[in-house]
Design a binder for this molecule. Sequence first.
Ligand SMILES: CC(=O)SCCNC(=O)CCNC(=O)[C@H](O)C(C)(C)COP(=O)(O)OP(=O)(O)OC[C@H]1O[C@@H](n2cnc3c(N)ncnc32)[C@H](O)[C@@H]1OP(=O)(O)O
Ligand SMILES: O=C([O-])CC(=O)C(=O)O
Length: 377
Amino acid sequence: MTETTIHKGLAGVLVDTTSISKVNPETNSLLYRGYPVQELAARCSFEEVAYLLWNGELPSAEELAEFTRGERSQRALTPELKAVIDALPATCHPMDVCRTAASVLGAEHPKAEDPSRLANMEKSVSLFAAMPAVVAYDQRRRRGEELVEPREDLGYAANFLWMTFGEEAAPEVVEAFNVSMILYAEHSFNASTFTARVITSTLSDLHSAVTGAIGALKGPLHGGANEAVMHTFEEITASSQDDDVAAHAAAWLDTALADKKKIMGFGHRVYKNGDSRVPTMKASLDKMVKHYDRPDLGELYTALESAMAERKNILPNLDYPAGPAYHLMGFDTATFTPLFVAARITGWTAHIMEQLEANALIRPLSEYNGPDERHLG
Ligand SMILES: CC(=O)SCCNC(=O)CCNC(=O)[C@H](O)C(C)(C)COP(=O)(O)OP(=O)(O)OC[C@H]1O[C@@H](n2cnc3c(N)ncnc32)[C@H](O)[C@@H]1OP(=O)(O)O
Ligand SMILES: O=C([O-])CC(=O)C(=O)O
């Protein structure tokens, strides 16, 4: 009998090369096209980072101006897409709205079936430009508010906040939001990106791959964790009868661990000594805690993080600081993962184009463990 090794969850399996990003758990670092993500978050707009992920280099001033013009001109929802969103129940998950919108944008796109790099770049930019309007409008309609049209005089982050809240956000809020978009943009062969690559490997179209990726991101073991973090915080707060936050967080955690629950926002398949993006996002969260004068949220964050480190030695991932930061900015909890979608469209589409440049159908093997061969009566 030959020995077989099952790589459950493909853990530790190298499946292809990529030049888009490098996740290095040894040095706790993340590079986008060679640049440390912390440097990009400190110095670049999300538009520049999107351009970098797609083209391999940061844009010159002229290239950025042209890219920005194209992006700003495609921000508005078409009446058809708005009508589809309006037809969806306000009780459905906002990720269902994103998934449906990606599909509609594909059906609407004149070059939907054109697999050339040029057409795929155009489709990527139009998805990047339109998804903020989808996410912003969906949150507004759930609150019974009217659509807010995009503004071409605002950058991506400022306009996203404008369309969501109908007022201009403070510069420090725009900056923290821009940082979160950059940190969420790309992370090599994570589950949703791999989903996009699997779909692309069959030579299906870009919008189908993005639609599938959105489905993969929705799960709480992946993008859905940022939303779940906020539910954890709410549960701990609801169970607190006095000011001893540390004791309440520890007690909540002990019960959850005794019930064999996974604590959302902690742990990572690749990083085992901490997620490279957390310090940068935590610094943005700290700024939001100060800006909105909510030290209680900062205390709760630290209390649960410390209790988890003490008991399990498991550290936070990006979703842990991102969730409460989005809460403070005013987003509904269910909108958090759609924000991740808006950011990750850049990484997904960069990977779709990379997959097509050197495609091989992704089709692994499985070991059969069902009944031995048998025959009908
Ligand atoms: C942006 C992102 O998508 S980052 C990921 C967001 N997801 C989450 O935050 C969900 C919570 N975290 C998890 O479920 C996991 O850490 C994952 C799915 C992210 C990674 O999981 P894997 O690499 O498969 O690790 P695995 O689940 O095997 O965990 C290894 C051990 O650590 C434990 N562990 C890992 N993460 C956690 C957690 N968050 N809470 C409690 N225990 C955990 C596991 O129970 C397991 O313990 P065991 O060996 O005693 O059974
Ligand atoms: O890399 C992963 O498995 C998950 C993750 O952090 C991401 O997609 O940003």
